[in-house]
Design a protein around this ligand. Structure first.
Ligand SMILES: C[S@@+](CC[C@H](N)C(=O)[O-])C[C@H]1O[C@@H](n2cnc3c(N)ncnc32)[C@H](O)[C@@H]1O
Length: 211
């Protein structure tokens, strides 16, 4: 629940939110209950999850849409988009049709480098990044339309996370994670993961030096 609470708290300066892949609708419910938002569009590609959202959001100012990402939506006015709890590749597919200027709150379950790379190459700028430990480490990226250039290292360590002390534990966790799979990798993957591990190790030493 920490992850959902965190995302809901990021809506405290939003008014109208489009939640793509809303499932249970709990992010919106939490944001409404805290009086952060006035209106929401809850969307999902599947009927079951949309029904769950409808049940959890009875009495709230919400419109519901069965839609594949942005593709089946009518013209809607919103200031914030939430796309959370999905794989990075799916989020990038959905973002391909994100034409509106808005605050984008994105939480991929893994492959954050894929998401960051997509953002860089498709006219987005990362404005903030957050780490939430909720059994697993979750990274929540805030982005808007704009331009940015990220180094290969930043695609992995995060252009904002790399300056946050709280990232230390996360980077150390990633270093250990790579160590634990390293011996089972083929030669090509070994050299790739060695490079990635070096990114995390460098990030750790920079953060420790700045402590
Ligand atoms: C794991 S749930 C995440 C729910 C919620 N956003 C969260 O963060 O807890 C992913 C949801 O995305 C929906 N989904 C998957 N692909 C989608 C797409 N292309 N467009 C809209 N919703 C999609 C699924 O039906 C599912 O309800």
């Amino acid at each position: 629940m920490k992850r959902l609470d965190f995302i809901a708290n990021l809506l405290n300066n939003s008014e109208v939110v489009l939640d793509i892949g809303c499932d249970h609708g709990l992010v919106l419910k939490k944001a409404f209950d805290k009086k952060y938002i006035k209106k929401a569009f809850a969307t999902d590609i599947n009927e079951g999850p949309l029904l769950n959202a409808k049940k959890n959001l009875v009495g709230y100012n919400v419109e519901y849409y069965l839609s594949n990402g942005f593709l089946d939506l009518p013209e809607l006015v919103f200031d914030t988009v939430v796309i959370a709890g999905m794989g990075a590749h799916l989020i990038t597919e959905i973002l391909t049709n994100a034409n509106k200027d808005a605050k984008y709150i994105l939480q991929a379950n893994s492959k954050h480098e894929v998401l960051r790379s997509f953002l860089m190459n498709n006219g987005f700028i990362i404005t903030d990044e957050h780490l939430v430990l909720d059994d697993f480490y979750y990274i929540i990226i805030e982005a808007k339309k704009g331009k940015m250039i990220l180094s290969n290292e930043e695609l992995y360590i995060g252009p904002v996370l790399k300056n946050k002390l709280e990232s230390l534990e996360y980077y150390q966790h990633k270093i250990k994670q790579i160590e634990s799979i390293y011996n089972n990798l083929d030669l090509h993957s070994k050299s790739k993961y060695q490079e990635i591990q070096m990114f995390y190790k460098n990030a750790v030493s920079v953060l420790k030096n700045n402590k």
